[in-house]
Design a binder for this molecule. Sequence first.
Ligand code: NAD
Length: 483
Amino acid sequence: MGGDVLKPDLCVIGAGSGGLSVAAAAAQLGVEVVLIEKHKMGGDCLNYGCVPSKALLAAAKRAEEMRTAKPFGIAPTSPTINPGAVRAHVEAVIRAIEPNDSVERFTGLGVRVIQAPARFIARNAVAAGAFEVRARRFVVATGSSPAIPPIPGLEEVDYFTNETIFENGEKIDSLIVIGGGPIGLELAQAHHRLGSRVTVLEALKALGKDDPELAEPLLARLREEGIDIREGARVERVERVACMEGGEGAPGVRVVFSQAGSEHTLEASHLLVATGRKPNVDGLDLNVAGIKYDERGIAVSKWLKTSNRRVWAIGDVIGGPQFTHVANYHAGLVVRQAVFRLPAAAHHDRIPWITFTDPELAHVGLAEDEARKRYRNIRVLRWPYHENDRAQAELATLGFVKVVTTRRGKILGASIMGRQAGELIHMWCLAISAKLSIKHMTAFISPYPSLSEINKRVAYGYYLPKLASPLVRKAVQWLARLG
Ligand code: NAD
């Protein structure tokens, strides 16, 4: 190699959520760490994912609140959207969070940061820029990228992915979104509320990973708001056209798709592809290090170890649930193993997720259909937002909470669709990981009036059949006779 040779305890490849968490924790515990990043510190979450999408959705929500103020007695207005200023807002949010993930911060923590692409040159060595890193242990945390489907014509047109759409500062007259997963729908609603005409083309079922009982009313609300969501839509080809909407002759796209046996054509000024993710393994020369992988990602054991016993892989690159909080969870497990030499296996059955549309959709644990497969007897509890006084006050009565328990009251899973579902789900995340029973969810004083009261109220539902039983009624009547 001829480069400088570094011999740290731990070498982390990828400075996204997972890699940064491992590097920060290990360095703070006194471990010598080298962190290698070829592109932006902070990875997908900070630059192209969670952070910019939530900032864009916040701008979109503000615009929508201006349009829909009438029921509160406030004259609604049609807001003037300045796309450049919206983009500046998104960038400012990234800039505000960025220092936490910066080279300066990590260097300050004692991490040696190398900004170059890494590739394995041996089972125990990586080359990056002018360095050769021979570490005792490695963590591959290189994340994922948008998976682009092989649609004829796609390579000949301009299209956005989540990696490019947040850089846009121009007006988007109309947007076709291919893919109705969380990324597709969040960006569809954000752009719709910021003034674009939006159509979503989903090959199968939109929000197909969520319980349809909650996903369906959410999709109905999004459609009511004006987003055209077409399911079972198979995209046949994409063509470049001169789009009339963007001004005479402005470039646009035409998408030809089939749905229910007939062919349809749609035109728009812009196209977004949000059809899932592929693991970032290219250029790493994983074979050189004996690390097995396929198109779904790097193969790992339940301890997140790859086929090379010196190397762990975490986060999106292993192809499981692809969320920042999962990458962080993996990071904690690897630190326990690498630093404290403690066994720490990954369990993916308690992973929560949130789709940040408005209203939100949140889930943790087992969904009803999975619970029915695993348990003979389950209880399904539901409680609607419209029975909650705070929801009434805020005119946010759409939605409900659904909880699945065993017959004996062990909490198996919870899903919430409605205002702030992503906040309300935390209580169930704690309950499930602390192995609380449904009884615990009724045994505290819940401050009134708050949306979170629906969590307690749904739990009461577990006892309703018992309270209504003839035996209990008889006992109450007997007690009443005592005076
Ligand atoms: P996804 O896999 O969740 O959804 C992609 C959708 O595109 C699927 O419904 C699929 O059927 C559809 N699709 C695929 N090919 C298609 C085609 N040719 N034509 C039409 N539709 C097609 O992927 P995503 O939405 O891109 O999200 C990627 C990952 O990031 C997921 O794991 C997701 O859970 C995660 N994520 C989560 C959040 C969140 O929780 N809020 C936000 C963003 C991303």
